[in-house]
Design a protein. Structure first.
Length: 251
């Protein structure tokens, strides 16, 4: 219970300060949206949408389009609903508090999944097959998942709590997409600045900000210890080893 409380304290307060819950810059996001090229009236689905920032930008880029965000986190869904209302998108963007795997939608023009392959029991290969099944022939898929930039060291694996076979190479990920019947149109990866800003704002920063704001809390020492462990795991372990690839794919 103690560890669960620490995780909740570290994860809850900082998300509202994030635009994306992934290593992504404004410029990179614009390139992804342009490559996805949703047309007027497009139907778009984001599986594991979080609060739907990317989904809403895709909908805004295509007049008359609609978006379905599929997400299990009720706090993320609540934030997404607030954002949609503030941007005048409540009649075009809907959120479904449901698991990505098994969601019954199909016939979409564009299916998106960013860092959510773990929602499918079979990981990336199963996720890619599901996304392919969710789009019409000629539709597109935007898929992001991790890969090893280089062979992971013991420190990198410890920092992530990962095993060597949890990820493959970038080419392995591309081949998995091709095996699912998808053709790569554009492949980009999060750069080091995107990673550093994300880790500083999210995984490390939100815990640090909570500790600064709650010096007398009974779990202050435990949260600080967890923040220090995460910082060590990133800067002394998986920084520059774990990559994140964004694949724009044609069905």
């Amino acid at each position: 219970m103690h560890a669960e409380e620490v995780r909740a304290l570290m994860s809850a307060p900082g998300n509202d300060g994030l635009t994306w819950n992934t290593p992504l810059s404004e410029e990179h996001a614009a390139h992804l949206i342009a490559a996805c090229a949703p047309g007027p009236g497009a139907r778009i689905a984001d599986f594991g949408s979080g609060w739907g920032e990317l989904l809403m930008r895709l909908v805004e880029a295509a007049p008359g389009s609609t978006g379905d965000g599929v997400e299990t986190d009720p706090e993320a869904v609540a934030r997404g609903l607030r954002l949609a209302e503030a941007r005048g998108l409540t009649d075009r963007v809907r959120f479904h508090e449901a698991p990505a795997a098994g969601y019954p939608g199909d016939g979409y023009d564009l299916a998106v999944s960013i860092g959510a392959a773990h929602a499918w029991p079979g990981g990336a290969p199963e996720a890619l097959k599901a996304l392919r099944a969710a789009v019409r022939p000629g539709g597109r898929v935007l898929f992001a998942d991790g890969f090893w930039e280089r062979e992971p060291s013991p420190a990198a694996l410890e920092g992530l709590g990962a095993e060597p076979d949890d990820f493959g190479s970038l080419l392995d990920l591309i081949r998995q997409a091709e095996a699912a019947g998808l053709r790569p149109l554009q492949v980009t990866v999060a750069d080091q600045r995107e990673w550093d800003l994300f880790e500083s704002a999210a995984n490390i920063g939100r815990g640090e900000r909570w500790a600064l704001a709650n010096p007398g809390h009974r779990l202050h020492a435990a949260v600080t210890e967890a923040v220090d462990a995460r910082r060590t795991g990133y800067y002394g372990g998986y920084r520059g080893t774990l990559g994140l690839a964004y694949l724009v794919l044609s069905a």
